[in-house]
Write a protein that binds this ligand. Structure first.
Ligand code: H2U
Ligand code: ZN
Length: 342
């Protein structure tokens, strides 16, 4: 379709406006400066480098692979006896106590590397740590959801270039997970199979939005993508939690993360910014048969290392919109090398 149309995102039950005829319009907007690209392997000022002191005063160990620590400035605190859960009885002034755990995960002791530059075997260690953390936090009585994510690049608000991600684990389900839980349960009830299992199989059959695949994962630009080069990593088997991935599937996830982040870096020959996250079933003791594990990548860049898409105006007030079609984006990503540019 080359005319304006809207596409339905069945995972969250929302629409995105697609305007392919607009992709060639002239651009006179902001041109952002590419971030400085040379960094030392060790930065004495960095609060994530091995052996350094963090802002809280705590010392980082001389770690060699992956480091996990409790966030020194956590957005969530453990439940305490004085947590007020009573709130206000008025329906327009609802509030409730929230509690949880925030952790930081340093992907590597090297200050100057990103996932795209780490060996696949090292990324596999990161996957294992994600799985361990998910299992450990998910087993807690006071946690129903474990959100693993990475904000990469200044453009996405990352506070430090040292490769790192975060985990926020909460007592309540966050909004996106409430939507995905509801939509996947409803799809299973109606169609008798998990939504994202059916979706992955259909995308593999159609091919036009597939970026690449390996033995256990497929990477697509989803039919309903909002961000220009948004992607979705889907397991080929039905898996609800990251810790349920088998060893060979963890290898495959590490391989997929490497190949995707290298392609992203090659797209505009820059260290490609994004927010990425693992979405998995709640850890609330329920079966969640319709839930399928997946990873979202939301990169802001549109047409160069400096020109980004903004979610403003109509998108903020009405609904998301895109010009480049998901099929065009997939074609661009598919054509790129899996050797990182030098
Ligand atoms: P981002 O770069 O994705 O914003 O995350 C960095 C996190 O690291 C941030 O949540 C934490 C911040 O609170 N942090 C520490 O826990 N200790 C420090 O010494 C500095 C930053
Ligand atoms: Zn560092």
């Amino acid at each position: 379709m080359h005319l304006p149309h809207r596409r339905y995102n069945p995972l969250i039950g929302e629409w995105v406006l697609v305007s392919p005829q607009r992709a060639t319009r002239p651009w006179l907007g902001a041109v952002e400066r590419p971030p400085a690209s040379t960094r030392p392997a060790y930065d004495p000022q960095c609060y994530l480098c091995p052996g350094n002191r963090r802002a809280s005063g705590a010392m980082n160990p001389h770690y060699e692979e992956v480091l996990v620590f409790d966030n020194d400035f956590p957005a969530l605190l453990p439940i305490s006896s004085d947590s007020d859960t009573s709130g206000d009885a008025h329906p327009l002034f609802r509030q409730e106590a929230e509690s949880g755990v925030c952790r930081v995960i340093c992907f590597s002791p090297r200050h100057d590397l990103t996932l795209a530059e780490l060996p696949t075997a090292h990324i596999r260690r990161v996957v294992d740590v994600w799985a361990e953390q998910s299992a450990q936090l998910g087993a807690r009585e006071d946690i129903t959801y474990v959100q693993i994510f990475e904000n990469k690049g200044e453009m996405m608000g990352a506070s430090n270039p040292h490769p790192h991600g975060q985990i926020w684990a909460t007592r309540h389900l966050p909004n996106e997970i409430v939507k995905e839980t509801h939509m996947q349960a409803a799809y299973l009830a109606t169609h008798g199979e998990p939504l994202l299992c059916a979706y992955a199989a259909e995308e593999l059959r159609r091919e036009e939005r597939v970026v690449f695949e390996n033995g256990a994962f497929v990477c697509v630009v989803p039919f309903w993508a909002v961000w220009p080069f948004e992607t979705l990593l889907l397991p080929k088997r039905h898996v609800r939690h990251i810790e349920a991935l088998l060893p060979a599937e963890r290898d495959a996830l590490a391989d997929a993360l490497k190949r995707l982040t290298v392609r992203y870096d090659n797209l505009f020959e820059t260290s490609f910014p994004y927010s990425m996250g693992v979405h998995q079933a709640p850890h609330d003791g329920q079966a969640h048969e319709g839930w399928q594990l997946h990873l979202h990548f939301y990169p802001p860049l549109l047409r160069s290392a400096t020109v980004r898409k903004f979610m403003v105006g109509y998108e903020l007030l009405a609904q998301p919109q895109r010009d480049l079609t998901p099929e065009q984006a997939a074609q661009r990503l598919r054509a790129l090398s899996e050797q990182r540019f030098a």
